[in-house]
Every structure is written in C-alpha cells, then in structure tokens.
Design a protein. Sequence first.
Length: 480
Amino acid sequence: MADKYDLIVIGSGCGGAASAALGAYHGYRTLLLEKNDFVGGRCATRDIRGFQMDHGHLFARCDKGPHGEVLRIVKSEDLIPPFVYTDDLEAIHLFHGKMFHRKEYHFDTFPMIKIFLVMRNLFDFRTLDFIEGARLIRRIRRLSDEDLRALDNVDVATYVSRHCNNAFINDVFGALGAVMFGALPEEASVGELIRSLGMGKSPYKMSTGYPVNGEGVSAIPKSFMRAAERHGARVRMKTPAKGILVEQGRVRGVEIEGETIYADRVISNAGVRETALKLVGEQHLEPSFVSYLNRLKYSYGGISLKYALDRPIIDFIRGNKVPSDFIRHMSDAMEGRVPEEISIMSVCTSNLDPSLAPEGKQILVAISPGPAVEPGKVRWKPWVESMKRQIAELVPGINDHTLFCSVSTPDVIAHESGRFFGDAVGVAQTIDQIGDKTPPAVSPILGLYNAGADVGCEGVATEMATQSAIDLFKNHLEPS
C-alpha cells in the first residue's frame, strides 16, 4: 500500500489550515492538500505587480478570537501575527447620500447610541424616532445568551420593526446583517447578529482589526500552516483533490492526479456541498441528504476591486457607502439585477500596513455584494462599472491616480475555490440555517468531516471558519 496518513486535510482556507494545525498537534500524521499555488482560499493575499492585494477584509476579534485561540491551543502563540485595531482609526461613511467622518464623531464606546445622535442631526430624526432607537438598543443590551438563542429563528427585519419604525434604523441593522452574513434582513438571524456584534450580554466582543506583518489577510491561514508544519504536518501545494475514496460507507483516502493517498480520516475545507457532491459522489449518499444539500442557501457573491494608486491620496482606513432604500437595492443585487446604487465597503490596507504597497504608493480594496450564482450566469461588467463610479464618490480623484485596478468577481471566486457558486462567505446565516440547523461538520460517510464557514455555528466569515475547526476537534477528533 502507498504511504498512509492518519489525517488528510483538503484546502488551506482558515478552516482547513486550522484543522491541519490542530491535527498535527494532537499527534495525527497529517497531510494538507491545496489546489492553488497560494495559501488561504477566500482569505488570501497575492502579489500583483509589487502590490500585496487581499481577497478578504478586516477581521472581527483578531487574535482575541478563534484565530488566536487555535495557535494558543497548539502551543504556538509566537506565531500569532501582530494586529492593528481599527476601532479608533478614521473611517468615512456615505449613508443615504450624507457624508460623515468617524474622526469627527467618536461614537465607539457606545456605538449605536452615538451613531443615532449623529444621525439625528444629519437626517432630521424626530425625537420619537431617537427615543425608539435608544429603547431598542437598551432592550438589546439586556439580552442574555438564552434570550439570543430564542431569537436565532427570528429575522432581523421582523425584530427591528417590532420595536422601531424608523427607516434609517431599519437600514442600519439590515446593512449590518447583510454585510456580516450575506443575507437579506428578512432572512438573517437577529439572534446571531446581536451575538456577533457583542451587543447583548454575550462574552463575544467585536473589535475589528488587521494583521500587520506584511502578509495581509493571508497572515491568518499562513500562521496556521506554520504551526501545522512545526508539529510535523506535510503540505502539498498545487495538488487538487480529484475525489475522496469511499468503501462500504467509510472514507479510505483522497485521489489526486495519478495517485491515491490513503487515510482513515479526511477533513474537507472545500465546502459542505462540494465535498459531498463533487468529491464523494451521490452514489455514496442517501437521496434525502443530497436533496438537503441542494436546498442550502448561500451568502451573496463578492465583487472586489483592488486599486493600485500611484501616490497616497486616501487618509481614511475604512470607507462605507450605504444607499437610500438599502433593502430594495440589496434585494436587487441578491436576485441578479444591477442595482441603481450598490453598497460598498472599502479598506485602505496600505494605511494599516505600509509594507503592502511599494514606497510612495497606496492600495484601496473595495467590496460589494452580488448574486451567488454558477460561473458564467451573470455579465459582471455593468456591476464593476457601477462600483467604480460610486467609489469615485467616496474618493474624488481616484481615477486620476490609479495605476491599475484588479477585479475579482464571483466567477473568479468559484474558479479559485472550486465551489459551485462564487459566494463570498459560504452557507448563509439565515434563520433556517443557524444554531442546530447549521450544515453538519460530521459527514454521513464514516471518517469524513467538514470544516469552514459552511459548517461554522457562530461568528463572522473567517472567524466562523476557524471556530469550526476548533469545535470539530473538541467534539469529535481530540484523542481520548
């Protein structure tokens, strides 16, 4: 028999790289297979003409959350990258056509209340609107974990409208749910939203930040890979898994080009649906499970523009644009219609870490939602043109100083990740896919497991993916 491993991990995204680190630490003879020539999946940083360009964004709890916890578990705290936290750094917002700067309004200590105070002046809030908003925040801050669990199956739009009838406040919460979970307000779980924002009594406290060791967002999965190799794991890049070998309902290994690598345990970071239907095959699965996988809802697709600028022209760290009638525009985007206006999040990554850009140059990464569809189903050029026009509203003069703009669409995401859709996050955190309704980390095939945002129970994007690996080992794979 060819060389055999205790554990094979497919994919080097946050969930896969964390699984390899945990597996090797716990004594499994571990092999990680990555189909691309870069680490990180949808949390990757790549060199484009001397600029280190991210596919990804800011992190939620940074080293204080699961990204740091994995490295603490595997006794590799020295590999935790340094972070800069963005909470007190300048941000610029274009909300409902009105521009304001965070530097002018220090509303971070009690975020939503202070936002409402600012908005009361900018948007002519009625006193009653402000009182309703303040009462809503007070109500939310009193919610216990048990209360939030009871709200997991209540959508954001329903919950907010019960307690507040202000269009702006509804849009604030709707935008937060959409940005964090890739789901419309009438689908996103309000329990998960409040928990992830750290607004209730939950110990989860969001504090966004960015790694500053010159590796961009890829610093997180790369740190996991270094920990995995430190504990003896082997890594093979540019080695796509062609299939998962299954015999009599049990995993036996992974098939790559011209070779079968044997193992009694496989963790796939390729996506819960992709793992089952592409790598295992329907012939090994119950029809009811196949039907369940095909019904899963996915987060929106991500359209990313990466600007390389010939000189520094941006003085803010984060920029956001939320249009008027946000819900309608977001619905248009999710359903494949180019909205009149598109919600945009942007980060000037080189203002956080100057080493990402050549000396005297600057980087702006902007992300906007689109539909999660199969590659080739959408003509993305109108979306990109609309984004560029609206980014110019946030950053006047940007077009005059752009050396190049690298474009990543959901088609690119699907191609590089091997997923059916070009979704930005994974399976959406909707009211019917949260808590105990989250897709299973344990496959019906004995010895086959899933890691990644698709099967993560709580958190935001990459953080949810990393936590899925921690939970998988804690509940199923830690040696007794």
